[in-house]
Every structure is written in C-alpha cells, then in structure tokens.
Design a protein around this ligand. Structure first.
Ligand code: FPP
Length: 235
C-alpha cells in the first residue's frame, strides 16, 4: 500500500495505548446488534497487534474492559467476556509465533473464572517471549490502579510516598513510559484510562470507529506523533 505515511524507525513511540471506542456505533450504522461491533473490533485488535510487532513497538496497552463496563446490560457483559476468552484461545498460537508477551492490568480477581483462567494461562505461556508486550486492561480503572498502588505500598510498610515509590506499585511498573495514547471514535475523554501513566503522553483522537481502525490509521497516528515536539513541561 503506497499511501502509508512514512514512519521514522529511529523515533518510534516505545509504548502505545488505545481506547478502542465506537464498536456500538459501528454496529448501529449497519443496523446490527452491538455485539457485532465488538466482534468486528477483534479483527482490528489482531491487525494492530501484528503491525505494532512488525514496527518494533515495545508495548501496546488496549482498554478491553473498564471497571465501569459492568454496568452495561448483562448480555453485553457476558458477550464481551466470551469474546475475550475466544480471542485468547484462538490467538495464542499466533501470539507465540510472533513472540508476543501477553500481560494484563486491572482487578483481574473480579473477572469470571473462565476468561480469567484462559488469560492467566496465556500470560504464563507467553511470559518468556521477547517481542511486543501486549497488555490487556481488564476490569481496569485508572483511579482504582492508583488506590491499589497506595494500598500495596502501605501494606509493604511505606508510610510516606513519593512519585517514584508509588510508580513501583502500579499494575505494570516495568512497562516503558506511555508515549502515545490513541482514542478512536472522536470522544475527547480519558475515561479513567491510565491516569497516572498518561501524564506526558501525546494524545491522538481519530473519528474512525475501532472496528474500522487498521494499519493505515495506526501509521497515521504514529506519523502524527513523530511530527510533534515533546517538551515534558520544559521549553
Ligand atoms: C467501546 O465501544 C469498546 C468496549 C467497551 C470494548 C472493547 C472490546 C473489544 C474491541 C473486543 C474485545 C477485546 C479484546 C482484546 C479481546 P462501545 O461499545 O462503548 O462503543 P459505542 O461508544 O459506540 O457504544
């Protein structure tokens, strides 16, 4: 595809995160039930994981299920959990082949037994892989992550925290600093995602619905990121 924007391989974001929004609207546009949007979203997940691996991105974090998503109708919650379980089961051979290391952040204890068991065993099976780290945010909330980190730190004997210490107790403290946060479907919100980690991240919002988000869209987001001058509060 010759229309892909040029990407400078020496200035890649090390860590990209995505708020995969717009599945429901994608389905509605087609007069389909919402579940079809989530299902179509899996195709985008597959492609973006592959392309991030090919580009040499170190870490990709996907907001797959927020701590607020439990308030959706039970049928949708169940369908999302089933999709998660299916995704891991079907995708594991491909993840292994492309050396993807799977991880997860969030209150994983709150997940139903089936998907949780599948997830934990895939995390274990891929733990030695040295390619892309794929982090699924599941039953995840940014405020909860900070609260959990504070509680873990206190349980370990800290009575006073500084940034560096608190950072060590986040869900994935060893992931590189978040460089680029992408949100699909046009909403200008963080929706309780990676609140601590996004402190200096570059934000990129596209109107494209997640099920339509493909390689060309990711390239455009990375190229846009590379055109920016990051100042980290300096000049
Ligand atoms: C937001 O769209 C999307 C979600 C709440 C779930 C995202 C899940 C997937 C893409 C599938 C499962 C993912 C993995 C990694 C197995 P929305 O439903 O809020 O869309 P809307 O705002 O248009 O209604």
């Amino acid at each position: 595809m010759s229309s892909l924007p040029h990407i400078d391989s020496t200035k890649l974001p090390r860590h990209i995160a995505v708020i995969m929004d717009g599945n429901g609207r994608w389905a509605k546009q087609r007069h389909l039930p919402r579940l079809f949007g989530h299902r179509a979203g899996i195709t985008s997940v597959r492609e973006i994981v592959r392309v991030c691996g090919e580009l040499g991105i170190e870490c990709l974090t996907l907001y797959a299920f927020s701590s607020e998503n439990w308030t959706r109708p039970t049928t949708e919650v169940k369908a999302l959990m089933r999709l998660l379980q299916q995704y891991i089961g079907r995708e594991l051979p491909e993840l292994q082949k492309s050396k993807v290391r799977l991880r997860a952040i969030g209150r994983l204890d709150g997940l139903p037994e089936g998907p949780k068991a599948k997830l934990l065993s895939a995390i274990d099976a891929t733990s030695q892989n040295k390619g892309l780290t794929l982090v699924l945010a599941l039953n995840y909330g940014g405020r909860q992550e900070i609260v959990d980190a504070c509680n873990k730190a206190m349980a370990s004997g800290h009575s006073k925290l500084d940034e560096k210490t608190l950072q060590r107790y986040l869900y994935a403290p060893d992931c590189p600093e978040l460089d680029l946060l992408i949100r699909t479907s046009g909403e200008m919100r963080l929706s309780n995602f990676l609140l601590w980690e996004s402190a200096y991240a570059e934000l990129y919002v596209t109107k494209t619905f997640w099920p339509d988000f493909r390689k060309a869209h990711l390239y455009e987001a990375v190229a846009d990121y590379q055109r920016r001058h990051r100042r980290f509060g300096g000049l």
